[in-house]
Design a protein around this ligand. Structure first.
Ligand code: BES
Ligand code: MN
Ligand code: ZN
Length: 491
């Protein structure tokens, strides 16, 4: 889809579908202006549909023999409650009403009432991402006609750079959705590594893939234990972005990369939805999606390490037994009292590896615990960090991205739940506060002098019905947040 900015007014814009944002408290005056364009009186039409421009109200009309042929009116609420996130949500809804047309759509909202740049970013992302459809696995995809052109109309400021950045970010979100959506027979650790290799062909990238023996040499006993019950080779992915400019900040982004999580001998049964566990590489998808966007954006002064300890959690004769004791690369010993708490074992060695790079900050994303879904549902990720500044900057980035996040307590006393009789620690504690003990487990593998945040995306990685700008399925959660955070962090 081609996306452009235009200074055309509603009165003289040419195209096929026009989306107009209306305010509850300004409806009458806005309609008077719009009415001048059309033969019909919109006021009466809208009254009949009981449209009063309340937040999230939406109504569409097909206009016969007129251009544009379709009008979609969306409510933005009152002037004082207008927010970037309400724009995201209503524009996403409007976008789905444009499916079926190949033409050109125009969007007008009262730009003077919002920060224009953020609104442009939000609208471009909402439209493009709401219209995303994954047809890779259909032999005869029903035609998914979508608009070929989008024009944001009535804008006089120069927001070209923002528009470009939003488009680049969308590329990353789309890649993340494709990676998460791909089934586990297609998306193996090797294929995940292949995706990293494709990204590494961009300017300023470098790639290192460690295989089983490399990881063995680094004593990654926790990660390798998880992979040992699978026929597929583990791949430890280390992708680096290093621009040829003075580097002001170095960061590491780590993503959990379980291409399938059967639970191991603590097999997932009952309500655990084992068939969805292809999405257990959602953290790595967010990280590689971010790399994809960064390859386009090329932020000038930041070095970024993208790290994924990819593997599968399966069962065979060599799989980990519940009760095995393994040693991670920082020499800590772990009693694996539950093979289904595998993500933290892979992350343990990834966090040790990242710490050795001495970055200014480490952020990990992981579909780590069902407990986090119980606590926050499927629209909000959990955020754990001891660092207030990091918490603040990540929350701000997520908020601007329209991605839900909530800081959770790193409650140290709960670490007692991880005490093992034989080893330094167990990999799981008691059921209550399971997402907190998971975060406390991870903390054992991070250099305490490096600011670190952990984001549990077990809920928002996937949406059964679709939410915000995400159609049903993989959401691509995390890419927008990370891109915002990285671009802010370099300054
Ligand atoms: N990948 C799962 C977490 C998960 C569960 C994500 C449900 C999304 C939906 C993780 O590896 C896991 O199995 N965690 C266990 C931990 C438990 C054994 C302490 C869980 O949450 O049940
Ligand atoms: Mn598991
Ligand atoms: Zn898992």
């Amino acid at each position: 889809m081609q996306i452009a900015i235009s200074s055309a007014s509603i009165k003289n814009w040419e195209g096929d579908i026009l989306i107009i944002g209306l305010l509850e408290n300004e409806l009458k005056t806005q309609l008077e202006i719009i009415d001048k364009r059309f033969d019909s009186s919109l006021e009466n039409l809208l009254k009949k549909q009981e449209f009063s421009a309340k937040k999230d109200d939406i109504v569409s009309f097909t206009l016969l023999n007129e251009s544009p042929e379709k009008l979609i009116m969306v409510g933005l609420g009152n002037t004082e409650d207008i927010s970037i996130n309400s724009i995201r949500s209503v524009i996403s809804k409007a976008a789905t009403k444009t499916i079926g047309t190949n033409g050109k759509i125009g969007i007008y909202i009262p730009w003077n009432l919002v920060e224009e740049g953020s609104a442009v970013e939000a609208i471009v992302e909402s439209i493009r991402l709401s219209l995303f459809k994954d047809i890779r696995f259909m032999s005869n995809p029903e035609s998914h006609k979508k608009p070929s052109e989008l024009e944001l109309i009535g804008i006089n400021l120069d927001v070209e750079d923002i528009l470009k950045k939003a488009n680049k970010t969308c590329l990353g979100v789309e890649l993340a959705r494709e990676l998460v959506g791909a089934p586990p027979n297609e998306l193996t650790p090797t294929i995940l590594a292949k995706n990293a290799e494709i990204i590494s062909q961009n300017k300023n990238f470098e790639l290192k893939i460690l295989d089983r023996s490399d990881c063995n040499n680094l004593n990654m006993g926790a990660y390798l234990a998880v992979s040992q019950g699978s026929d597929l080779e583990p791949k430890f992915i280390h992708l680096t972005y290093r621009p040829k400019n003075p580097i002001k900040k170095t960061i590491a982004l780590i993503g959990k990369g379980l291409t399938f999580d059967s639970g191991g001998y603590n097999l997932k049964v009952g309500a655990a939805q084992i068939d969805l566990m292809k999405f257990d590489m959602g953290g790595s998808a967010a990280v590689l999606g971010t790399a994809r966007a960064i390859a386009e954006i090329q932020p000038p002064n930041i070095e970024i390490h993208f790290i994924v300890a990819a593997c599968e959690n399966m069962v065979n004769g060599s799989a980990v037994h519940p009760g095995d004791i393994v040693k991670a690369s920082n020499k800590k010993t772990i009693e694996i009292n539950n093979t289904d708490a595998e993500g933290r074992l892979t992350l343990a060695d990834a966090l040790v590896y990242a710490s050795k790079l001495k970055p200014d900050a480490i952020v990990d994303l992981a579909t780590l615990t069902g407990a986090c879904v119980v606590a926050l549902g499927d629209e909000i990720a959990g955020l754990w960090t001891d660092n207030d500044e990091l918490s603040e900057s990540i929350s701000k980035a997520a908020n601007r991205a329209g991605e839900g996040i909530w800081r959770m307590p790193m409650h140290q006393p709960y670490k007692d739940g991880l005490k093992s009789i034989l080893a330094d620690l167990k990999n799981t504690g008691p059921r209550p506060a399971g997402s907190i003990t998971a975060a406390l487990f991870l903390k054992e593998f991070v250099d305490p002098s490096i600011p670190w945040a952990h984001i549990d995306i077990a809920g928002p990685v996937w949406s059964e019905k679709g939410t915000g700008d995400a159609p049903a399925g993989a959401t691509g959660y995390g890419v927008k947040t990370l891109v915002n955070w990285v671009c802010d962090y370099q300054n």
